[in-house]
Design a protein around this ligand. Structure first.
Ligand code: HEM
Length: 133
């Protein structure tokens, strides 16, 4: 497994555990009320599980299995940038409700996420080809 995939899958697992824990807390709070503030975890729950876990797991495995040129995966720099931007973006959006005084935080996070998607597509596009080409 290439180094980038190792990092992406491990980060995805961290987001998975964190996102599930937040979901569990919200569910608990619905049955046995703890605090209204628990609902501020909802954006983090959604962000960590939809993008931080699901999308990142796909990214990590896609980087690993998409066709190569002999042993080369081409220019891997956009893919590395995508992993970094995706995680920074997810964590910024997740933290935004707790840092309300930093209003542009969520927007910055979403911009990083969109950049991550574009960068990974840039890396992966030429690798979407028959194996022998
Ligand atoms: C990959 C797994 C999961 C994904 C992608 C996911 C995604 C989401 C999303 C998008 C929402 C917002 C729904 C809405 O506002 O209509 C949500 C809400 C919620 N999730 Fe999850 N979730 C996952 C797993 C879990 C787990 C394991 C738990 C609990 C142990 C959980 C507990 C909750 C709760 C309590 C809510 C709030 C529901 C409400 O509005 O009453 N989620 N989840």
């Amino acid at each position: 497994m290439p180094r980038l995939s190792i990092w992406a899958v491990r980060l995805a697992l961290i987001n998975f555990i964190t996102g599930f824990t937040f979901g569990m807390l919200m569910l608990w709070n619905k049955g046995m009320f703890i605090s209204g503030h628990i609902w501020r975890l909802l954006p983090a729950h959604m962000e960590l599980l939809l993008l931080g876990w699901t999308a990142q797991l796909i990214l990590g495995v896609a980087f690993w299995i998409l066709p190569r040129w002999r042993s080369s995966r081409g220019d891997t720099r956009p893919a590395w940038a995508a992993v970094i931007f995706l995680n920074l973006g997810v964590w910024l959006v997740a933290a935004a409700p707790f840092l309300a005084w930093l209003t542009p935080l969520s927007l910055l996070g979403r911009t990083l996420e969109a950049a991550a998607a574009a960068l990974f597509a840039l890396h992966a596009w030429p690798r979407v080809k028959p194996p022998a080409v």
